[in-house]
Write a protein that binds this ligand. Sequence first.
Ligand code: MG
Length: 314
Amino acid sequence: MRRPQVVPDASLPTSVTVYEVGPRDGLQNEDAVVPAAVKVELVRRLLDAGLPVVEATSLVHPRWVPQLADAEEVLGLLVDGLGDRARDLPVLVPNARGLDRALDLGLRHVAVFASATETFARRNLNTGLDEQWAMFEPVVSRALDAGMRVRGYVSMCFGDPWEGAVPLPQVVTAVRRLVDLGVWEVSLGDTIGVGTPGHVVRLLDSLNVAGVPDSVLALHAHDTYGQALANVLAALRHGVSTFDASAGGLGGCPYAESATGNLATEDLVWMLDGLGIATGVSLEPLVATSVWLGERLGKPSPSRVVRALSGVSV
Ligand code: MG
């Protein structure tokens, strides 16, 4: 398999954590509903490809996200196949009911999803921002009391499809609030992919000034407008060393008529490989996994790297 020539940049970190969101964020935004056995196989193959973190599913109400209605079945099969370590795979919990389900399953790592904007909170969570925090605070504190690790997401950090530009202080407030609740990491979501590198730097600067260091931040870039890797590189230069990505670019953009949403894990790993930055991820099994999944979804991966390395045409 072709590889990029490795030309390191001494100003960048020597290793990066790739946080794989395909089985959750990817599949929840695909029209096709795949069987539980395929989801389990996907998680297993991603772990085998060396991904250090794979977010397995979401304990959301099946009516909201029918694609992930089989979350309990998937998690049960993962525990059967992987043993107890499957309980360390992060799982999204949208509310108190989701946390109850996670506790029943004995999970040890959950993620909560907050909005930076009022409109998206209303559309996604059916609450305003004040109610969003009133709902999250007991969920996070109960999860921490139970000994769980809790990751926080903030969506619409770089723009909102209904509100347009999102003021930086509004994003900083949301991130700060999650950090104060005790989450171990906050993922900054460019949910509609409108961020550009200067904006990334400005947001990270503002967060640092507010006492939130890059070491507790991750970037969740979307490639809707082709800016994902540029934004990753800007964040990497700033000091961020965890990046969310979705195998094969799984999951179109839910708020734009675009096939391209999540940054493809293969595209991210290709760039990091070229920079000589260790990720632990092997491109060959990862690309094979995305080709395999594309066959099951009935559509090829939109990832440039998957296409270039697999010869799949679109
Ligand atoms: Mg996403």
